[in-house]
Design a protein around this ligand. Structure first.
Ligand SMILES: Nc1nc2c(ncn2[C@@H]2O[C@H](COP(=O)(O)OP(=O)(O)OP(=O)(O)O)[C@@H](O)[C@H]2O)c(=O)[nH]1
Length: 822
């Protein structure tokens, strides 16, 4: 046998050591009880009946030992399964929303089928089983069954009358399904815990269910050889009546009527009402209407000895639970009752006259899923004329509802007449010793019926007592077997999804890394291009503006023409000239601004194009780019602007002009060449006379010069104003100022767009980083999920293998042989 014990379960194995194990306590009890286990010397002196009982007990002892061993293993497996369920539930809550394996309508098989890895799982039977279940084609014709791949972990979803489970399921989102699954996992873990408790417990509960009036109460009374349960032609059992040994109630025969079974405590009288024996019938019958109580606990004394008593026999304490007859109203409650893990055996009583009703079939098919084996009593057989035909028909029906029970029909299906058994009634003093009890010849009934009932009892004892492994361990084994397969399916299904998601996340991550690298390189080159473009465009604007302005300043006044209205208006003329010159410069400034605007617009377009893939491009308004005026030029007209005083530059010229002007005046006056006239005049008048003439001549020349200045004033003003403007602009560093202003405005706009581009890239990079981070998390998450599911699958597989060995060694016949050999 493969040994799989987690550290936790190994620890618990110590906790459940043989000395503390309930089953071994039974064995010790049996050994200590001399009245039950005679010594070998006593054995041969026993009368035949007691010798038979002694053999039965030896058989029981063997069974108990075997039971102890098996229960110990099963307890370990239950603990391991619980730990697996808890791990899965924790992962479901914290790390990975579990997917539910089912075949839906809206999402047909192919969706989920595609998730499942189609390569067959090799080796172990468990793996094969899981694989087969996952790949079984969906039975879409099945309208009743929700097409879940699970059995024990199946989610029970129903909403209203019209919605099918599939519809409800497909309306739920992933996290809702995970929550439902979590609830189911926790319920299942609790179920495992209570199975664990049940296995450690020595008491056994036997549920007697069946159709209305099938004779359940009569059968229970016959088993007890005592009229405990009221019997009526009319349906009378309306609530669950549990018959227990008086020892369970400190030896006091009593009836406890319980309203809320969950809060029932035998030692707390506030949790029940004590009913008198004579009130029992009325209480049961009246409860149908009042619905006051949910359950009765009937503590009664079985006067027969341990070998004969069913309630208290020294090996296991049995409680019989008589159920209300099955009908539409009671079916659900009884089915729920039967599902309780405390119920070790279900005895189903069917009337031979009626066969199985629909309610009976539904109950049996559900119960056989839970308990694996059912004990079937076909009662009222005395009323059947064609007994063999009836037997065959009923066995056929059993084959349909519980094939495993049918396989062991010889032991598990009995055709009897409960009324043929003599029972102790109120006041009767029946001798219940085995000797007296076996004196059945005295009972005035059909001997055959009594023999059949006796066989039934023998089988029932075997089933409940000698085959405890089957009756007590089998439900747990059966449940665990279904559960581990379910866990395997759930885990394998989710592992496949996690693997697919991991592959996808890996691909996406690589893709995202590539996109990120490209984006970062695009960002670098775009930023560099933007910077370069900005610099070159600003340079262009600068050069253009500087050249234009310099040229304009240099040429100022050259093409200016204003109307000269004579010397009287010379002041106005000078002002007009100045304004006109400044206008010309201003025009150049505006032209430069226009040029800068155009260049800026082109540059912006170019930069924006660099980031057009990153999102919406912001429109930039350049209309208000040069709304603020540039440097204001203030040049005042002065008197000096009318006279050429610039001796450094213009003096000689001016003097020459003046002399020439004087000469010209004289020439004009004498029509003689000034020099020859002067020479001739010197020769003619003599030097002394000339000296006397000099002063008037110079005066004359001065007058000539002044006359010339006044006549040339128009040009002088123009020159002087232009010169004045030039020097003013030079002094105020006008060209640089204006060039910088125009360039600065352009740069400002371009920079804004460049900054925006940088911002867009930064955001895009951040987005990409975030995306990558999320993908990395998703990749990690799915990777961890795959690892986790692999680990859990392997743990589950080990539990399954261990369980398989246990089931293999648990053949029904093994016990028969044990008993025969004893
Ligand atoms: N002939 C015959 N009558 C039987 C047999 N067993 C029970 N009865 C009769 O069937 C009737 C109903 O018996 P109950 O034991 O009350 O049946 P029940 O299944 O407990 O009935 P409810 O609890 O009300 O569903 C009674 O009149 C019994 O005497 C039997 O084996 N043969």
């Amino acid at each position: 046998m493969t040994s799989f014990m987690s550290p936790q379960s190994s620890k618990n194995q110590q906790k459940f050591s043989p000395s503390e194990n309930g089953s071994l306590r039974d064995i010790a009890h049996i050994k200590a009880d001399n009245s039950l286990t005679p010594s070998s010397s006593q054995k041969f002196s026993l009368p035949p009946t007691e010798y038979k009982n002694f053999n039965i007990h030896n058989g029981m002892l063997k069974c108990s030992q075997d039971y102890a061993q098996k229960s110990k293993i099963l307890i370990g497996l239950l603990e391991d399964t619980c730990s697996i369920l808890k791990q899965v539930s924790e992962t479901n809550k914290q790390r990975w929303d579990l997917h539910y394996p089912f075949i839906g309508i809206k999402s047909p098989h192919r969706i989920h089928r595609s998730i499942i890895d189609s390569t067959p799982i090799q080796t172990s039977k468990f793996k094969q089983n899981v694989h087969d279940r996952l790949h079984t084609p969906a039975d879409m014709s099945s309208s009743q069954e929700f097409n879940s791949k699970l059995n024990v972990l199946k989610l029970d979803l129903k909403r209203g009358d019209t919605s099918s489970a599939e519809t409800v399921f497909e309306d739920l989102d992933k996290s809702a399904i995970a929550t439902l699954l979590d609830r189911r996992l926790n319920q299942t873990a609790k179920r495992c815990e209570s199975l664990h408790a049940r296995i450690s417990d020595t008491s056994s509960k036997v549920l007697v269910a069946g159709d209305v009036n099938a004779g359940k109460s009569t059968f229970v009374n016959a088993l007890l050889r005592k009229e405990v349960m009221p019997v009526d032609q009319q349906p009378c059992t309306t609530l669950f009546c549990e018959v227990l040994d008086v020892q369970e109630n400190d030896g006091i025969e009593q009836i406890h009527a319980i309203k809320d079974i969950a809060s029932y405590k035998r030692t707390d009288s506030s949790t029940y009402t004590v009913i008198e024996w004579k009130e029992l019938y009325d209480t049961i019958v009246n409860n149908e209407e009042s619905g006051e109580y949910t359950q009765l606990k009937i503590y009664t004394k079985d006067r027969r000895n341990a070998q004969e008593s069913l309630l208290h026999n020294g090996v296991v304490d049995i409680a019989l639970i008589d159920c209300p007859g099955l009908n539409r109203d009671t079916l659900k409650t009884t089915a729920l009752f039967a599902r309780q893990e405390e119920i070790d055996v279900i005895i189903f009583v069917v009337s031979a006259e009626n066969h199985f009703t629909l309610s009976a079939k539904e109950f049996l098919s559900n119960a056989s899923k839970e308990k694996a084996y059912l004990f079937i009593v076909v009662n009222r057989f005395d009323n059947i004329r064609h007994k063999e035909k009836c037997r065959r028909a009923i066995l056929e029906q059993i084959k349909e509802v519980s094939p495993r029970t049918h396989e062991h029909a010889k032991d598990l299906v009995h055709f009897v007449t409960s009324t043929s058994i003599k029972i102790e009634k109120d006041g009767d003093n029946v001798d219940n010793t085995p000797h007296n009890f076996n004196a059945i010849d005295q009972i005035d009934n059909d001997a055959k019926n009594i023999k059949d009932f006796s066989n039934l009892e023998e089988s029932l004892r075997t089933f409940v007592l000698k085959k405890r492994s089957k009756s007590k361990l089998a439900p747990a084994q059966h449940y665990l077997d279904n559960l581990v397969t379910d866990i395997g399916i759930l885990i394998e299904f989710n592992r496949n999804i996690a693997q697919k998601e991991n592959d996808k996340a890996n691909m996406e991550l690589k893709e995202a890394e590539r996109a990120y690298d490209k984006l970062v390189s695009d960002q670098k080159s775009a930023v560099a291009t933007a910077e370069k473009t900005e610099t070159s465009v600003c340079e262009e604007i600068q050069n253009f503006t500087r050249n234009s302005l310099e040229k304009a300043i240099e040429n100022v006044g050259k093409n200016v023409s204003c109307e000269f209205n004579g010397l009287l208006y010379i002041w106005g003329y000078a002002n007009d000239l100045r304004d006109s010159m400044l206008d010309d410069i201003q025009k150049e400034v505006v032209a430069s601004e226009e040029n800068a605007k155009n260049k800026t617009a082109q540059c912006i377009k170019l930069i924006q194009d660099l980031g057009k893939d990153l999102g919406v491009v912001k429109q930039v308004n350049l209309d208000r780019m040069y709304t603020k005026p540039g440097m204001s030029i203030s040049v005042d007209i002065e008197i000096s602007d009318f006279i050429e005083f610039d001796l450094n530059e213009k003096f000689s010229e001016g003097l020459g002009f003046a002399s020439l002007a004087g000469g010209a005046v004289m020439c004009a006056a004498t029509r003689l060449d000034a020099l020859s006239c002067l020479w001739k005049l010197t020769g003619f008048v003599g030097f002394n006379n000339m000296r006397r003439l000099a002063l008037p001549l110079v005066g004359l020349a001065g007058i000539g010069i002044i006359t010339y200045v006044l006549i040339d004033a128009k040009h002088v003003i123009s020159r002087k104003v232009a010169r004045k403007i030039r020097s003013h602009l030079k002094r105020s560093d006008y060209v640089n100022f204006e060039t910088n202003r125009i360039v600065r405005q352009g740069r400002k706009k371009i920079r804004k767009v460049s900054d925006n581009l940088r911002d867009q890239f930064r955001k895009a990079v951040e987005e990409e980083e975030k995306k990558q981070f999320a993908q990395r998390i998703s990749y990690k998450k799915s990777e961890e999920a795959v690892k986790f599911f692999k680990k859990i699958f392997s743990q589950t597989e080990q539990v399954a293998e261990c369980l398989e060995d246990l089931l293999d060694n648990n053949e029904w016949e093994d016990y028969e042989e044990t008993l025969v050999s004893n």
